[in-house]
Design a protein around this ligand. Structure first.
Ligand code: PAF
Length: 284
């Protein structure tokens, strides 16, 4: 992989990387499509990274079908599929980690200790191996994207992060490889995440700016779904992921909700149309 990347760079190619853990869906193929438009060499990685799963999490049962993923990526126009083994990425005695302090401990990091250390470490390794000019990530994992962007800045990496929109089912459920775990009843219940975010968007459109009031609205919708167990539902700064008191700067409504045993995340991006403006733009 490194030889290919070196050769491509020497030929003046623009390398785009789409890092994935496989079990690909249209969210991933949208990342590939964007990379295909902007880069002359598109590389996708498929690697279920053991270091980003907690001991009680779903590493073992995470859906894996490399053959199917390879076909999907080929059809989507990927030039190279990089699918290393865990032992290639983490040789015996591996003990070097990347920790983006502060932001990695909040929200997802609080519920999944060590998760972002695993993500940042593997993404840095992928960047070292693939040498991408651009790397494509979905905004569904908003905190992940923010952490990776901080890492790129702090470590002077030569890759630019491209954040792509959330891809949703017709009823609003954000695409996720973990949706495969949901039973039919849970799949119906899972739309409650989107409904809660739509409610917050409507409240903001009516002029509500108080974070506590918005959070109460989120919890009211989520609380009405018997299969939903809220892990967190907060209004946070898009910069630090710390809670805000009032929505005035770029912010997120962020959710992590168990539907049965499956933990799903989603978010609404809230941005003033211009600095200091009370008028807001929303991205679901
Ligand atoms: O978002 C994911 O699929 C993973 O966290 C990533 C970025 C591929 C790192 O393992």
């Amino acid at each position: 992989m490194k030889e290919f990347a070196r050769g491509a760079r020497a030929e003046g190619r623009v390398i785009g990387l789409v890092p994935t853990m496989g079990a690909l869906h249209e969210g991933h193929t949208a990342l590939v499509a964007r990379a295909r438009k902007e880069c002359s060499r598109v590389i996708a990685s498929v690697f279920v990274n053991p270091k980003q799963f907690g001991p009680k999490e779903d590493y073992k049962k995470y859906p894996r079908d490399l053959e199917k993923d390879a076909k999907t990526l080929e059809e989507a126009g990927v030039d190279v599929l990089f699918a290393p083994e865990a032992a290639d990425i983490y040789p015996d005695g591996f003990r070097t980690y990347v920790n983006v302090e502060g932001i990695s401990e909040r929200l997802e990091g609080r519920s999944r200790p060590g998760h972002f250390r695993g993500v940042a470490t593997v993404v840095l390794k992928l960047f070292e191996i693939v040498q991408p000019h651009f790397a494509y990530f979905g905004r569904k994992d908003a905190q992940q994207v923010r952490i990776i962007s901080e890492m790129v800045r702090d470590l002077n990496l030569d890759s630019e992060i491209v954040v792509c929109p959330v891809v949703r089912e017709a009823d609003g459920l954000a695409l996720s490889s973990r949706n495969a775990y949901l039973s039919a009843g849970e799949r119906n219940a899972a739309t409650v995440l989107h409904q809660a975010l739509v409610t917050v968007r409507d409240e903001l459109s009516r002029g509500v700016r108080d974070a506590m009031q918005l959070q109460t609205a989120l919890r009211r919708i989520l609380g009405a779904e018997p299969l939903a167990q809220v892990d967190y539902a907060e209004i946070v700064s898009a910069d630090t992921f710390e809670p805000v008191v009032r929505v005035a700067r770029p912010s997120y409504a962020v959710l992590a909700v168990f539907i049965g045993k499956t933990r799903l995340i989603d978010n609404l991006l809230i941005e003033p149309v211009s600095a200091g403006s009370e008028d807001l733009l929303f991205q679901l």
